[in-house]
Design a protein around this ligand. Structure first.
Ligand SMILES: C/C(=C\COP(=O)(O)O)CCC[C@H](C)CCC[C@H](C)CCCC(C)C
Ligand SMILES: Nc1ccn([C@@H]2O[C@H](COP(=O)(O)OP(=O)(O)O)[C@@H](O)[C@H]2O)c(=O)n1
Length: 238
């Protein structure tokens, strides 16, 4: 497909994600925390679904990366107070304070932008890192808060075994599902056998869950992306 058309469709995809979250919030299905988590888990995983639409040309990854790039630039503008967007604050922050956008959400958007340019769909490493950042990190908070009470990690009392186990399992499942889909569509170069995808995703999700469990504050999105991308790159070799 023409990259300009794929880009317009991706922007509609992003707007649709926000519209769905807003709808679920206005119907009372999601509370403020649920909205933020749905945005955290959903936008990145939906973003990956649009990658196959782009052309095989060398500029496609740059065109695609401008989608999270522009989103990141927009919430940076809102974060510094240059624009107002109440619904973005309600959807993407815990506190409702614009300054919070300059922490986790900013790094989240930058990670998507840089991983797209650095790896694109031909390598399983970027896909793995986005899966860990969205499904793994996202599930850790949800499961940790719900089932983790009374089971803190020995090295970080703010996080729990339930959260880290969910990070490992959901990060692994998302990585395998997305990389196997890319393999099925013939996008990976070189192709990866299913056994290697499963084994590598298992090791990377273990490393990513360990990284996620560290007390790194607002840097968790950077740390999990770096650890997942680096370990996947070392193991896959691409
Ligand atoms: C709430 C978010 C991160 C919070 O991180 P943390 O504090 O829990 O560590 C996510 C914010 C998402 C952002 C508003 C939108 C990101 C854009 C996205 C990667 C591009 C998606 C495009 C697509 C076609 C859906
Ligand atoms: N491994 C983990 C991660 C988070 N959590 C729970 O989720 C909450 C938020 O975690 P976090 O500060 O990593 O959240 P994000 O920065 O990822 O949004 C923690 O205070 C824990 O209650 C957990 O129990 N175990």
């Amino acid at each position: 497909m023409n990259d300009a058309i794929a880009w317009i469709i991706s922007l509609f995809g992003l707007a649709s994600c926000f519209a769905v979250v807003d709808l679920l919030r206005s119907n009372g299905v999601l509370g403020p925390r649920g909205c933020r988590k749905a945005t955290h888990i959903g936008t990145g995983l939906v973003y990956l679904l649009f990658w196959p639409l782009y052309s095989p040309g060398p500029s496609a990854k740059f065109v695609c990366a401008t989608v999270p790039g522009l989103a990141t630039f927009y919430f940076w503008m809102v974060g510094i107070g240059a624009c107002r967007d109440k619904s973005l604050l309600e959807r993407s922050t815990r506190s409702g304070q614009r300054q919070e956008l300059l922490k986790g959400p900013l790094w989240y958007g930058l990670a998507h932008t840089l991983l797209t340019v650095a790896f694109w769909r031909t390598s399983p490493s970027g896909i793995t890192a986005i899966a860990m950042l969205c499904a793994g990190d996202g599930a850790a908070e949800g499961f940790g808060r719900r089932y983790g009470r009374g089971n803190p990690l020995p090295h970080n009392s703010q996080k729990t075994w339930a959260g880290s186990t969910a990070c490992l399992i959901f990060g692994f499942l998302a990585a395998v599902a997305y990389i196997q889909t890319a393999a099925y569509l013939g996008l990976l170069q070189p192709q990866q056998p299913f056994g290697s995808i499963v084994a590598t995703s298992a090791i990377v999700s273990l490393a990513s869950a360990a990284a996620e469990s560290l007390p790194v504050g607002e840097w968790d999105n950077v740390v999990i992306s770096l650890v997942a991308a680096t370990s996947a790159r070392l193991l896959y070799g691409c």
